[in-house]
Design a protein around this ligand. Structure first.
Ligand SMILES: [Zn+2]
Length: 266
């Protein structure tokens, strides 16, 4: 979210070097923000990942900046609160956290140690154990970062295993096997699945942390695109016939789709 305001009374700014971001500084309004001065003519406030950034011209007086922040305090607090809530909703790969995979809640245990030769991730019953070698003591952020990389590679394999098998069998069942060319997996920002006119289906492996019926819906949706490369009435009729829970799955994605993310604490 960005607010941008101009002030025509500001004098032209002399070209100069861009100042580095300063440490967050408190203001009278209780808003912690990072001030970034640069060769610009306007003030702007943005809130990303619950962090406030204020961009200002090089020579803009601090009093003007603070007045501006103060006047937008309600908006800033609102954004920070919403984003904090959304961030707390996102899955994190930390010791003793729980993450559902293919409809099954799994407990994570993370063990960095100097004895293990290489990174490993094993699933026993409902417990995923992540191990990796480390001879030095790591910060909790570093541990989370390493564990997340290992977990995401594992998650992709789980997605490949379940989704490729199901995609093939559904394409077979619907007489569309000849149209299916390649299945690939990529973490994209905007889509859970995609199907090209050449019959290449791409899935976002993160979808498998959604309930199983949602995963199955994404598969049905993309396989039906092998028959209709559009969102026509005929396409939706085929989807409904193949997957009668379609509306329920779409509703789930609308309501909870933002949770299908794995974040590293930054
Ligand atoms: Zn589609």
């Amino acid at each position: 979210m960005i607010l941008d305001f101009s002030d025509s009374t500001l004098k032209p700014i002399n070209p100069s070097t861009v100042t580095e971001p300063t440490a967050p500084e408190p203001t009278t309004t209780g808003i912690h923000y990072q001030l970034i001065r640069s060769k610009r003519k306007t003030l702007s406030i943005s809130v990303k990942r619950a962090t406030v950034e204020v961009r200002a011209p090089l020579k803009a007086p601090l009093k003007w900046i603070k007045t501006f922040i103060h006047s937008k305090a309600d908006w800033i607090h609102h954004q920070v609160n919403i984003q904090k809530l959304q961030l707390s909703d996102i899955y994190r790969i930390c010791d003793q956290s729980i993450i559902p995979v293919l409809g099954k809640p799994l407990l994570l245990t993370i063990n960095p140690n100097s004895n293990c030769k290489r990174s490993s991730i094993t699933l026993n019953d409902d417990v995923i154990d992540i191990q990796f070698n480390t001879s030095m003591s790591l910060s909790s952020d570093e541990i989370e970062e390493k564990s997340t990389v290992i977990f995401l590679a594992w998650l992709k394999k789980q997605a490949q295993h379940y989704m490729s098998k199901r995609t093939n069998s559904l394409a077979n069942q619907l007489g569309l096997k000849d149209k299916l060319n390649k299945i690939s997996y990529r973490r994209t920002k905007s889509k859970w699945g995609h199907c090209t006119s050449e019959g290449n289906i791409q899935y976002n492996p993160l979808i498998i942390i959604a309930p199983l019926f949602v995963v199955d819906y994404i598969i049905a949706h993309e396989v039906c695109h092998l028959a209709h490369a559009n969102h026509s009435k005929r396409f939706w009729a085929t989807v409904e016939k193949t997957f009668p829970q379609r509306k329920h799955a779409e509703q789930w994605l609308n309501q909870h789709g933002h949770r299908l993310a794995i974040e590293i604490n930054r």
